[in-house]
Design a protein around this ligand. Sequence first.
Ligand code: BGC
Length: 590
Amino acid sequence: MRLGSSPSQRWRRGLTAVTALALGTTGIVVAASQASAAAGCRVTYSVNQWSTGFTGNLTVTNLGDPITNGWNLTWTWAGNQQVTQGWNGDFSQSGTAVTVRNPSWATSLGTNASVTPGFQATFSGTNTAPTSFSLNGTVCTGAAGPTGSPTGDPGSPTPGPTTPTPGPTGNPGSKVDNPYVGAQGYVNPEWKAKAESVAGGNRISNQPTAVWLDRIAAIEGTEGSSSNGSMGVRDHLDAALAQGAGYIQFVIYNLPGRDCAALASNGELGPTELPKYKAQYIDPIAAIQADPKYRNLRIINIIEIDSLPNLVTNVDGAAGTEMCRTMKANNGYVDGVGYALAKLGPIANVYNYIDAAHHGWIGWDTNFGPSATLFAQAANASGSTVNNVHGFITNTANYSALKEPFFNAGTTVNGQSVRQSKWVDWNFYVDELSFAQAFRTELVAKGFRSDIGMLIDTSRNGWGGPDRPTAASTSTDVNTFVNESRVDRRIHAGNWCNQSGAGLGERPKAAPEPGIDAYVWVKPPGESDGSSELIPNTEGKGFDRMCDPTYTGNARNGNNPSGALPNAPISGAFFPAQLTELMNNAYPAL
Ligand code: BGC
């Protein structure tokens, strides 16, 4: 996950080419006047390329004396490549000569330390890789020069070990920091066709959406299922290769006793069927994802939404349910999530992101810390470790606004904090971005790796259209102020089913904010959250009255109306009227 600036554009491209070049030239030139000349260096260079452009990623390793007063890397293009944007370094280009200087806050580069600048560029014709790079004027041969001697014995010109070491499954290289950067997302053709069946749907149908593996049969592909398509995991992976996609997103969603605090997405496995989950669901998925045929695809797994947070908030008290108590007592969610992580995490090109609810669920400190603690417990269960966790996702299939532009948790109105308004209800967060960034810090404090990244599902949290406020309210009453200022137009932040008035949110985007790996569309827009009345089905899906527009609520939504759209099909089934509304209320507008 990248904290600095980075490319957010998503480009179409026809080809993924990842190469590590051993840069071998014999002449080493050392400028004697340079106090921190690198007497040896190694550069690996890889590109992700499409017809008119590419992203380039470099790893520059100083094999010489420590550099303390700044570094620069230079190369010359053979063709008409033009850098348009860079990160992890200040890029400039003059003619065909490119210079990357250290960011102002990072002037040092110790012996054997590396930096990883990257960039986007345009080109036409042939995109030939540079054959020579220089660090502080020294041509990088991959060989260490003698340290302590700025006068420059060239040392051995043998190229260094620039070939990536095979990963545990024979896949090349190790995981990248942010799998979304510089990669084109897989467009699920089954969702695309559904989107295009609605007027205007072709404006969004090329967006990458996640593939939900919501039952064992979805692994092989299910013919004639009412709520999901017929392509199996291999079909999707093969289609992703054919598209030249760089990443593909799956939702791992089939825990025993699934969706324990609601009924709309109850699954096929009963509360004691953890062994079946492991053997018939996770193991076959892991076997397919580990197939070397797919090694160049970044496979992103969203792990078990709406599971662990339910054990924090929906076990005790008025909000508690029998099924959540059962799943807490038998440890099925914790062991199941740990097993999924342990099986999928070691695959070199697989990236696991655990579901972390949303601000309107675990934003209170009574839930915030305990959720992070429970996630750490699950990440260390069933033989897993935190190394199997690349990050977390918030707001999956939910509607929480990404940013409330007109107030934050610190805003006061007439001496009263917005936190005491009915809408915010003492939550410490008022929107998803601030929550996701803060929760990331909490997770690291609870033992997760410091380089984890967050995803935010922005498929349906746009809240545009005519009802979107355009300025902060001038009211001095805190409730009126919040209600007139908030862009999230739900009746209550606990409402989650087919929300009336919602719009498409930010389009999928890599590295949009510090700490955030990507905005993603995990819930495919236009797929229902649950039926608005009982619809018998063979998928285990129940009828949850939170999807019934006439329902007046329960303890989990403060006994408010559900805010759900009428005439909805069962969860996962296509709901064209909802897609039309989501497009009409998109923010940013389409
Ligand atoms: C459903 C799944 C469906 C998913 C994506 C969930 O609510 O339970 O069956 O695949 O939504 O639409």
